[in-house]
Ligand binder design. Structure first.
Ligand SMILES: *Cc1c(COP(=O)(O)O)cnc(C)c1O
Length: 399
């Protein structure tokens, strides 16, 4: 009946595009156990090393005993628990916005925000390397979608000049998830003002990492505008827990509560997760040495790769891409690193454009300087890396 599914999957396997899930056990200290081996984990988005922090676990356990493990209903019905309300209040205070709204994931937040703000008569201007959740949000909105070349302010300007849409939205990742580079946020805000557009910035890989108080890249670059700026963040990366959030004016949050279907028709974030995320927000603020360490380790890794002859990347974040080219070669190299005790995912199309399969190294404050040295030594020079014999291709790989 559905044998086409088997045929298509066989095609994925032949092209090294087949994905399977690993079965990791977290081990702390930026490590995990996989198939009985202890590996240094360069695949996690746990940039501040908070995911396994016992203080988060205590906050979650306390909330579970007091409020239960599930929110049991949509936030509009009876799921808006005390831990969730406190989390939103603290997020708004941290982000210096009037209000904040928490979703069950960053993915849901992006679907919700774009589909609730934009509609058929509107135009969305979207960076070509934006995260899949922003792309899906654009589609769900039914607005016309104009994709501009990556971080290309000139191209965006041309596209904005040609539009006669009712309302305009400029949508971008702050830090791009596969390149680790920054969006030109001050220029994007300038264009938003010039063309009367809203600027929607997804700080998923920037929350907790940049700015004097760790708010994100907007803070780092001095980009603020209560009227025009919609900031999205995730609790699932640097903050080590789960969920997404949006910050902005009261009216914006009110609009989303009334209109955003992924918010209205989904169970609220569970109380233990909300309590743990709130603790993580406090720790991100109180322990700035975590973000300094993650960024310094990533700088050190980029420096070591340059010295070994790897081409410079645009990365300015704990995401360090090493572009290999063909999916097969990237997978082989990832497997060879795993044999050396290092878990570095190979990212293949369609997550990245064809011919740019890569290793995506995620550095964390949980890592030590020696971990970075070990990784650089194991990668060696580009010639070493690509001539490696590698193991079988039958093991799990992700991305
Ligand atoms: C990971 C990510 C998301 C999704 O966040 P989740 O909380 O994991 O659902 C959204 N946007 C960007 C840019 C991301 O990297």
């Amino acid at each position: 009946m559905s044998c086409w599914i088997d045929d298509e999957l066989d095609g994925y396997r032949r092209g090294e595009l087949y994905r399977r899930r690993r079965r990791p056990w977290p081990a702390g200290g930026g490590r995990l156990r996989l198939a009985g081996r202890l590996l240094v984990n360069f695949s996690a988005n746990d940039y501040l090393g908070l995911a396994n922090d016992p203080r988060l676990a205590r906050a979650a356990a306390h909330a579970a005993r007091r409020y239960g493990c599930g929110a049991t209903a949509s936030p509009l019905v009876s799921g808006y628990s005390p831990p969730l309300r406190r989390l939103e209040a603290d997020l708004a205070q941290w982000q210096a916005t009037e209000s904040a709204l928490v979703f069950s994931s960053g993915y849901a937040a992006n679907l919700a925000i774009l589909s609730a703000l934009a509609d058929r008569p509107d135009a969305i201007f979207s960076d070509e390397l934006n995260h899949a959740s922003l792309i899906d949000g654009c589609r769900l909105s039914r607005a016309s979608i104009h994709v501009y070349r990556h971080a290309d302010v000139q191209h965006l300007h041309e596209l904005l000049r040609q539009t006669s849409a009712r309302r305009r939205f400029i949508v971008t990742d702050a830090v791009f998830s596969m390149e680790g580079d920054w969006a030109p946020l001050p220029d994007l805000l300038r264009l938003a003002r010039e063309f009367d557009a809203l600027l929607v910035v997804d700080e998923a890989h920037a929350t907790g990492l940049y700015g004097a108080t760790g708010r994100g890249l907007c803070e780092e670059l001095g980009v603020s505008d209560a009227e025009r700026l919609v900031k999205i963040g995730t609790l699932s990366k640097a903050l080590g827990t789960q969920g997404g959030f949006v910050c902005g004016r009261w009216a914006l949050i009110d609009w989303l509560v009334n209109r955003a279907r992924p918010y209205i028709f989904s169970t609220a974030l569970a109380p233990p997760v909300a309590a743990a995320a709130r603790r993580a927000v406090h720790l991100a603020r109180e322990e700035p040495e975590r973000r300094r360490k993650a960024l310094a380790l990533a700088d050190g890794l980029r420096q070591r790769l340059l010295e070994r002859g790897w081409p410079p990347s645009r990365s300015r974040s704990p995401i360090v891409p090493v572009v290999i080219g063909e999916a097969r070669a990237a997978v082989r190299l990832s497997e060879r690193l795993q044999t050396a005790g290092l878990l570095v995912p190979a990212i293949r199309p369609p997550s990245v454009p064809a011919g740019t399969a890569r290793l995506r190294i995620s550095v964390s404050a949980a890592h030590a300087e020696e971990d970075i040295e070990r990784l650089a030594a194991a990668l060696g020079t580009p010639a070493d890396a690509l001539s490696g014999t590698g193991g079988s291709s039958s093991h799990g790989h992700c991305g």
